[in-house]
Design a protein around this ligand. Structure first.
Ligand code: ADE
Length: 239
Protein backbone atom coordinates (compact mmCIF):
# COMPACT_ATOMS: atom_id res chain seq x y z
CA UNK A 1 0.00 0.00 0.00
CA UNK A 2 1.98 2.96 -1.21
CA UNK A 3 -0.65 5.50 -2.29
CA UNK A 4 -3.12 6.08 0.52
CA UNK A 5 -6.04 8.51 0.74
CA UNK A 6 -7.29 9.33 4.24
CA UNK A 7 -10.87 10.59 4.52
CA UNK A 8 -11.85 12.54 7.66
CA UNK A 9 -15.05 14.37 8.55
CA UNK A 10 -14.20 16.94 11.23
CA UNK A 11 -11.23 19.28 11.23
CA UNK A 12 -10.92 18.88 15.03
CA UNK A 13 -10.48 15.12 14.53
CA UNK A 14 -7.78 15.70 11.90
CA UNK A 15 -5.75 18.57 13.36
CA UNK A 16 -3.16 16.62 15.37
CA UNK A 17 -2.71 14.07 12.57
CA UNK A 18 -2.17 16.85 10.03
CA UNK A 19 0.45 18.40 12.29
CA UNK A 20 2.37 15.22 12.92
CA UNK A 21 2.34 14.17 9.25
CA UNK A 22 3.35 17.69 8.16
CA UNK A 23 1.23 17.49 5.05
CA UNK A 24 0.95 20.53 2.77
CA UNK A 25 -2.39 22.06 1.86
CA UNK A 26 -3.40 21.85 -1.81
CA UNK A 27 -4.79 25.09 -3.20
CA UNK A 28 -8.09 24.90 -5.08
CA UNK A 29 -8.11 21.09 -5.38
CA UNK A 30 -11.60 20.90 -6.87
CA UNK A 31 -14.04 23.14 -8.74
CA UNK A 32 -15.33 26.24 -7.00
CA UNK A 33 -17.97 25.52 -4.36
CA UNK A 34 -16.58 22.15 -3.26
CA UNK A 35 -15.76 22.75 0.42
CA UNK A 36 -13.35 19.87 1.06
CA UNK A 37 -9.79 20.62 2.22
CA UNK A 38 -7.01 18.53 0.70
CA UNK A 39 -3.53 17.90 2.10
CA UNK A 40 -0.74 15.82 0.62
CA UNK A 41 2.75 14.58 1.38
CA UNK A 42 4.77 11.48 2.13
CA UNK A 43 5.49 9.17 5.01
CA UNK A 44 8.53 7.04 4.16
CA UNK A 45 7.67 5.23 0.94
CA UNK A 46 3.97 6.06 1.15
CA UNK A 47 2.34 8.84 -0.82
CA UNK A 48 -0.43 10.33 1.31
CA UNK A 49 -3.46 12.47 0.63
CA UNK A 50 -5.76 13.54 3.45
CA UNK A 51 -9.18 15.08 2.87
CA UNK A 52 -11.28 16.89 5.46
CA UNK A 53 -14.91 17.77 4.79
CA UNK A 54 -14.70 21.57 5.27
CA UNK A 55 -17.55 23.75 6.48
CA UNK A 56 -21.12 23.99 5.26
CA UNK A 57 -21.63 27.38 3.60
CA UNK A 58 -24.95 28.07 5.38
CA UNK A 59 -24.52 26.40 8.75
CA UNK A 60 -20.77 27.04 9.25
CA UNK A 61 -20.00 23.66 10.83
CA UNK A 62 -18.08 20.64 9.45
CA UNK A 63 -19.78 18.73 6.64
CA UNK A 64 -20.23 15.52 8.64
CA UNK A 65 -22.26 12.43 7.73
CA UNK A 66 -22.79 10.33 4.64
CA UNK A 67 -23.48 12.73 1.76
CA UNK A 68 -20.25 14.77 1.94
CA UNK A 69 -18.28 11.61 2.86
CA UNK A 70 -19.33 9.82 -0.32
CA UNK A 71 -18.59 12.80 -2.56
CA UNK A 72 -15.23 13.41 -0.88
CA UNK A 73 -14.27 9.76 -1.38
CA UNK A 74 -15.21 9.85 -5.06
CA UNK A 75 -13.20 13.02 -5.63
CA UNK A 76 -10.21 11.60 -3.71
CA UNK A 77 -10.20 8.46 -5.83
CA UNK A 78 -10.50 10.46 -9.07
CA UNK A 79 -7.70 12.85 -8.12
CA UNK A 80 -5.19 10.60 -6.36
CA UNK A 81 -6.00 7.07 -7.63
CA UNK A 82 -5.11 5.57 -4.23
CA UNK A 83 -4.52 1.85 -3.80
CA UNK A 84 -6.05 2.12 -0.33
CA UNK A 85 -8.60 4.42 1.33
CA UNK A 86 -8.64 4.82 5.13
CA UNK A 87 -11.56 6.49 6.89
CA UNK A 88 -10.14 7.91 10.11
CA UNK A 89 -12.32 9.50 12.76
CA UNK A 90 -14.18 9.21 16.00
CA UNK A 91 -17.10 6.95 16.83
CA UNK A 92 -19.39 5.65 19.49
CA UNK A 93 -18.78 2.22 20.94
CA UNK A 94 -20.72 -0.40 22.90
CA UNK A 95 -19.42 -0.70 26.45
CA UNK A 96 -21.14 -4.06 26.87
CA UNK A 97 -19.01 -5.40 24.01
CA UNK A 98 -15.73 -4.20 25.52
CA UNK A 99 -15.39 -0.67 24.08
CA UNK A 100 -13.76 1.96 26.29
CA UNK A 101 -13.40 5.71 25.80
CA UNK A 102 -10.22 6.44 23.85
CA UNK A 103 -9.84 2.93 22.40
CA UNK A 104 -8.79 2.91 18.74
CA UNK A 105 -10.39 0.24 16.55
CA UNK A 106 -9.67 -1.07 13.07
CA UNK A 107 -12.76 -2.04 11.08
CA UNK A 108 -13.48 -5.68 10.38
CA UNK A 109 -16.24 -7.60 8.65
CA UNK A 110 -18.78 -5.56 6.70
CA UNK A 111 -19.78 -1.93 7.01
CA UNK A 112 -23.51 -1.58 7.54
CA UNK A 113 -26.14 1.14 7.90
CA UNK A 114 -28.53 1.16 10.87
CA UNK A 115 -30.88 3.90 9.62
CA UNK A 116 -31.70 2.80 6.06
CA UNK A 117 -34.78 0.74 6.76
CA UNK A 118 -36.48 -0.26 3.49
CA UNK A 119 -38.91 -3.13 4.14
CA UNK A 120 -39.30 -4.19 0.51
CA UNK A 121 -37.96 -7.42 -1.02
CA UNK A 122 -34.25 -7.02 -1.81
CA UNK A 123 -34.20 -3.40 -0.70
CA UNK A 124 -34.05 -4.47 2.95
CA UNK A 125 -30.61 -6.00 2.38
CA UNK A 126 -29.57 -3.13 0.10
CA UNK A 127 -30.50 -0.68 2.86
CA UNK A 128 -28.27 -2.51 5.29
CA UNK A 129 -25.23 -1.93 3.04
CA UNK A 130 -22.84 -4.70 4.09
CA UNK A 131 -19.78 -3.54 2.15
CA UNK A 132 -16.48 -5.30 2.89
CA UNK A 133 -13.72 -3.88 5.04
CA UNK A 134 -10.16 -4.59 3.95
CA UNK A 135 -8.93 -7.47 6.14
CA UNK A 136 -7.18 -5.70 9.02
CA UNK A 137 -6.64 -8.80 11.18
CA UNK A 138 -2.87 -9.04 10.65
CA UNK A 139 -2.29 -5.29 11.09
CA UNK A 140 -4.42 -5.35 14.25
CA UNK A 141 -2.51 -8.32 15.64
CA UNK A 142 0.91 -6.82 14.87
CA UNK A 143 -0.04 -3.39 16.27
CA UNK A 144 -2.16 -4.78 19.13
CA UNK A 145 -5.28 -2.90 18.10
CA UNK A 146 -8.87 -3.97 18.65
CA UNK A 147 -11.12 -4.73 15.66
CA UNK A 148 -14.87 -4.43 15.23
CA UNK A 149 -17.74 -4.05 12.79
CA UNK A 150 -18.72 -0.45 12.06
CA UNK A 151 -22.33 0.65 11.60
CA UNK A 152 -23.13 4.02 10.03
CA UNK A 153 -26.10 6.38 10.29
CA UNK A 154 -26.78 10.06 9.74
CA UNK A 155 -27.51 10.84 13.40
CA UNK A 156 -25.27 11.31 16.40
CA UNK A 157 -28.02 10.18 18.75
CA UNK A 158 -29.54 6.75 18.78
CA UNK A 159 -33.09 5.43 18.39
CA UNK A 160 -34.12 2.08 19.84
CA UNK A 161 -34.59 0.71 16.32
CA UNK A 162 -31.06 1.82 15.34
CA UNK A 163 -29.64 -0.09 18.32
CA UNK A 164 -31.63 -3.18 17.40
CA UNK A 165 -30.16 -3.16 13.87
CA UNK A 166 -26.64 -2.46 15.16
CA UNK A 167 -26.95 -5.50 17.43
CA UNK A 168 -28.45 -7.67 14.68
CA UNK A 169 -25.40 -6.88 12.54
CA UNK A 170 -23.09 -7.55 15.51
CA UNK A 171 -21.56 -4.11 15.06
CA UNK A 172 -19.82 -2.55 18.04
CA UNK A 173 -18.81 0.82 16.56
CA UNK A 174 -21.26 3.55 15.48
CA UNK A 175 -20.20 6.37 13.18
CA UNK A 176 -21.62 8.71 10.52
CA UNK A 177 -19.44 8.12 7.43
CA UNK A 178 -17.75 4.73 7.08
CA UNK A 179 -20.41 2.76 5.19
CA UNK A 180 -20.93 5.62 2.71
CA UNK A 181 -17.19 5.70 2.03
CA UNK A 182 -17.16 1.91 1.78
CA UNK A 183 -19.94 2.01 -0.84
CA UNK A 184 -17.86 4.27 -3.09
CA UNK A 185 -14.77 2.12 -2.54
CA UNK A 186 -16.61 -1.12 -3.25
CA UNK A 187 -18.17 0.43 -6.36
CA UNK A 188 -14.77 1.58 -7.68
CA UNK A 189 -12.90 -1.54 -6.43
CA UNK A 190 -10.55 0.31 -4.06
CA UNK A 191 -9.71 -1.48 -0.78
CA UNK A 192 -10.84 0.45 2.28
CA UNK A 193 -10.86 0.19 6.04
CA UNK A 194 -11.65 2.48 8.97
CA UNK A 195 -9.66 3.57 12.03
CA UNK A 196 -12.03 4.83 14.73
CA UNK A 197 -11.32 6.31 18.16
CA UNK A 198 -14.12 5.97 20.70
CA UNK A 199 -15.53 9.25 22.11
CA UNK A 200 -18.72 7.88 23.69
CA UNK A 201 -20.42 4.71 24.83
CA UNK A 202 -23.82 4.32 23.19
CA UNK A 203 -25.19 1.93 25.83
CA UNK A 204 -24.54 4.34 28.72
CA UNK A 205 -27.01 6.89 30.10
CA UNK A 206 -25.03 10.12 29.63
CA UNK A 207 -26.17 11.82 26.40
CA UNK A 208 -23.90 11.09 23.43
CA UNK A 209 -23.27 14.78 22.71
CA UNK A 210 -22.07 15.37 26.30
CA UNK A 211 -19.69 12.40 26.16
CA UNK A 212 -18.51 13.39 22.70
CA UNK A 213 -17.58 16.95 23.70
CA UNK A 214 -15.82 15.73 26.86
CA UNK A 215 -13.73 13.07 25.12
CA UNK A 216 -13.09 14.46 21.64
CA UNK A 217 -9.62 15.82 22.38
CA UNK A 218 -8.36 12.60 23.99
CA UNK A 219 -9.84 10.47 21.21
CA UNK A 220 -8.30 12.67 18.47
CA UNK A 221 -4.89 12.39 20.17
CA UNK A 222 -5.16 8.60 20.40
CA UNK A 223 -6.35 8.48 16.79
CA UNK A 224 -3.30 10.43 15.66
CA UNK A 225 -0.89 8.14 17.53
CA UNK A 226 -2.44 4.96 16.15
CA UNK A 227 -2.86 6.35 12.61
CA UNK A 228 0.87 7.06 12.46
CA UNK A 229 1.55 3.47 13.58
CA UNK A 230 -0.85 2.10 10.95
CA UNK A 231 0.63 4.26 8.16
CA UNK A 232 4.21 3.33 9.11
CA UNK A 233 3.17 -0.31 9.12
CA UNK A 234 1.52 -0.05 5.69
CA UNK A 235 4.43 1.71 4.03
CA UNK A 236 6.68 -1.13 5.19
CA UNK A 237 4.42 -3.92 3.95
CA UNK A 238 3.39 -4.65 0.38
CA UNK A 239 -0.39 -4.73 -0.12
N1 ADE B 1 -19.00 9.96 16.29
C1 ADE B 1 -18.61 9.95 17.56
N2 ADE B 1 -19.53 9.36 18.34
C2 ADE B 1 -20.56 8.99 17.53
C3 ADE B 1 -21.79 8.34 17.74
N3 ADE B 1 -22.19 7.95 18.94
N4 ADE B 1 -22.57 8.13 16.67
C4 ADE B 1 -22.19 8.52 15.44
N5 ADE B 1 -21.03 9.13 15.18
C5 ADE B 1 -20.20 9.36 16.22
Amino acid sequence: MRNISIIMAMKSEAESLLQSLQLRKVNRPFRSGIPFEVYEGNLGKAQLSLLVSGNDSDHHVDNVATVPAALMTYLAIEKFEPDLVINAGTAGGIAGRGCEIGNVYLSSGKFCFHDRRIPLPGFDQYGMGLYPSYDTSIIAKDLQLKTGTVSTGNSLDLLEKDMQIIEENRAIIKDMEAAAIAWVCRTLSVPMFAVKAITDLIDEDTPTATQFMKNLHQAATNLQVKMIEVLRYLQNHEG
